[in-house]
Write a protein that binds this ligand. Structure first.
Ligand code: GLA
Length: 674
């Protein structure tokens, strides 16, 4: 089943009837027809069909843990589990209840910075952090939930929540009796520490921004298993979604407090951030697997968490698999190894590999299955709108003035042949022009609210001429009317993926044809530059699918974001009116209880973004999920990216492998020891 067909049909009908109207209005066009490539197959369930919380008559555990219990090294499984553990329901599992044992092999391009995620450290991405962290609520599996049941996130550490009548207070009931992987109880104190000493502490820059739950929101501990948020204004179910990965995930307060300056006079915020270095293992986690070995640039080995607080309906403590590997190589290698069968999983997101990977994975004896989803990957150019941040001279200042001029941004759009850009990253039917805003695979994308400025060099030239940008010295490059300099703009991009370089090459030549010289700046890690605001233009993959997910990466909901429109040290920034309208629309999505109102607000964002060319979209493509065929319960409906990345969406604690196909563990019989 593909979601996009009915929508495309409706959109096509609408576009046909709108042609007359559009022709009259300046240069705005409709997007061309889109062909979906999605092959996802699923039947949607009710939100309560996925998991629940209840006590079962009896519990079992991985056999090697029973041996540790018998040897007195671990308490019995009943004592390690909550009274009412989270129970994964069989009806949501495509292959049903599993067998214990085996290894799940990931390959990633990132490297763990350290284990203190609450202080903003990353663990190398690619699903490593999601294997160790648990958050108050969860969204990855929402792809499996029917539209009429899409009313906010799924429960996780918070097993339920209630609103007061005014919807200004949200009370969350935490799972009772869950334990960290070292056996210490998880309770409201861990959540308080996360909120008060991390999110609300200005010296800690974690993944949730200070206003991440709304401006002025406070949190109270009601009792050991209950917390309450107090809001300044009524809020809606989407607000609760902010407590999902990566934002609402408490760390072990019993381990970290002593390293935090508020509790330890010898500690600094720098030493706090680095309190859990990447080579200090095992880490203390609530997730299904615990990192126990880290060999830099080689591998992170994780072992099952003996205290994991989730079970299946037969009472088997999860996860099914004993070990998880993260080979530390490159992102492209992730796909190569999945196709070769030496890795078990890849979010195939490097279109250059698609044709070869698809061919190989279609062979009868291929070790892997490939499942394409809708187009959720998109690439764009971001122009720095700040009038002060990263402005080093008069030329930069003149650039920023130009970037803030809509005609200039529309001219850049008309200068781009997006079909050619798409074909440069992958030949064939994969790519579709990206005009900015929501990717077409987003449930919030709306065709009719999307303004498209198609390839038209004549229009681009006319707009640039109109801005007084003419080639005064006859060298083929336009000159700036103020400083007289050549219109020669730096464009930073990341060298991690060939996809970016190919698009930058295309952009250099297309902008060159209308008299704009681009100076590409190749960087190993674009994120640091983006955070600093010290750039004029950036090219990168940047996709927006769910408006409440990491909103600060897209619209200026807080002063530090988005990267291309930062406020300076004095808090100065000159927001456009239509930019503020997008912020208001996002806030409405957080506050409303009416899905139709949320959809309308998303249209406002899409229209404002594309009409004003907030960013210069390049191309968008689907991603495919590659999973080894021996892995059971890898549901064929799992999207690579929707509510969250597939590592969360596939629900790894319920994946399993039949015993005759299990791979040998590197550390058989070992449990993390502290
Ligand atoms: C990186 C990868 C994604 C996904 C995420 C998970 O961003 O590029 O495919 O694996 O990590 O956090």
């Amino acid at each position: 089943m593909t979601k996009s067909n009915p929508r495309q049909l409706a959109a096509l009908l609408a576009s046909a009837s709108m042609i007359g109207m559009i022709a009259a209005s300046a240069s705005a066009d409709m997007m061309p027809e889109e062909m979906s490539m999605s092959s996802l197959q699923y039947e949607l369930l009710g939100r309560d069909d996925l998991w629940t919380y209840k006590s079962l008559d009896s519990y079992s555990e991985a056999p090697f843990l029973s041996e540790l219990v018998a040897a007195g090294e671990l308490p019995p499984v009943e004592e390690r589990l909550p009274d009412e553990p989270l129970v994964h329901l069989s009806g949501a599992m495509s292959d049903g209840i599993g067998e214990y044992g085996g290894v799940f092999r990931h390959v990633i391009g990132g490297r763990p910075e350290g284990w203190n995620w609450m202080a903003g450290q990353h663990q190398g991405w690619g699903g490593i952090n999601m294997a160790m962290q648990e958050c108050l609520v969860r969204v990855g599996a929402l792809w499996q939930v029917k539209a009429e049941d899409q009313s906010g996130p799924l429960p996780n550490l918070a097993k339920s929540w209630e609103w007061n009548d005014e919807r200004t207070q949200l009370t969350l009931d935490l799972v009772e009796g869950a334990r960290w992987s070292d056996g210490d109880p998880f309770d409201a104190e861990d959540v308080r520490f996360w909120w008060e000493d991390n999110v609300q502490d200005d010296n800690v820059s974690g993944w949730m921004s200070k206003n991440g739950m709304g401006e002025g929101t406070t949190m109270d501990v009601v009792d050991d298993a209950t917390i309450r948020f107090n809001f300044q204004k009524p809020q809606g179910p989407s607000r609760v979604q902010s407590l999902a990965y990566i934002q609402g995930c408490p760390g072990p307060s019993h381990v970290l407090k002593n390293s935090h300056p508020r509790y330890n006079g010898d500690a600094t915020y720098e030493s706090y951030r680095n309190a859990l270095p990447a080579d200090q293992l095992p880490a203390v986690v609530l997730g299904p697997w615990v990192p126990v070995v880290h060999r830099p640039d080689e591998i992170v080995i994780m072992r099952r968490n003996p205290y994991y607080w989730k079970v299946d309906e037969a009472g088997n403590q999860l996860p099914y698999m004993n070990e998880m590997h993260f080979k530390l190589t490159t992102w492209s290698d992730r796909t190569t190894q999945a196709v070769a069968g030496t890795g078990d999983f890849s979010n195939m997101e490097n279109p250059g590999n698609y044709v070869a990977a698809l061919k190989q994975s279609q062979a009868e004896d291929s070790p892997t299955k490939a499942q394409f989803g809708p187009r959720v990957l998109s690439w764009e150019i971001e122009l720095n709108f700040s009038e002060t941040v990263g402005v080093e001279d008069d030329v930069d200042a003149e650039f920023r003035g130009l970037f803030r001029n809509k005609d200039f941004r529309v001219a850049l759009n008309h200068a781009l042949d997006r079909d050619a850009i798409g074909q440069s990253i992958a030949r064939g039917p994969f790519s579709y022009p990206y005009p900015g805003g929501f990717s077409t695979g987003s449930p919030y994308y709306d065709y009719e609210s999307t303004v498209y400025y198609p390839f038209d060099q004549e229009k681009a030239n006319a707009l640039l001429d109109g801005l007084g940008l003419s080639d005064t010295d006859g060298n083929g490059v336009r000159n700036l009317p103020g400083t007289g300099s050549d219109l020669e703009i730096d464009l930073a991009y990341d060298t991690g993926e060939p996809t970016d370089k190919k698009q930058v090459d295309a952009v250099v030549s297309m902008f060159g044809e209308v008299g704009i010289r681009i100076l590409p700046r190749a960087l190993d890690d674009i994120e640091a530059l983006a955070d600093s605001g010290n750039f004029n233009m950036i090219e990168r993959r940047h996709h927006w699918v769910i408006p409440t997910r990491q909103t600060c990466d897209y619209v200026p909901v807080s002063i530090g974001c988005p990267d291309w429109h930062p406020a300076d040290d004095n808090g100065n920034r000159n927001l456009f009116d239509w930019e503020q309208e997008m912020v208001d629309a996002v806030n409405l999505i957080q506050e409303t209880w009416d899905p139709a109102e949320a959809a309308e607000a998303a249209k406002t964002i899409q229209r404002n973004w594309t009409e004003n060319a907030y960013t210069i979209g390049l191309t968008q493509a689907p991603a495919a999920l590659l999973i080894n065929k021996r892995i059971k319960n890898a549901h064929p409906g799992t999207p690579v990216f929707m509510f969250e990345w597939a590592e969360d969406g596939v629900v790894r604690e319920r994946l399993w492998v039949a015993s005759d196909e299990q791979i040998k563990e590197l550390l058989p019989g070992e449990a993390p020891s502290y």
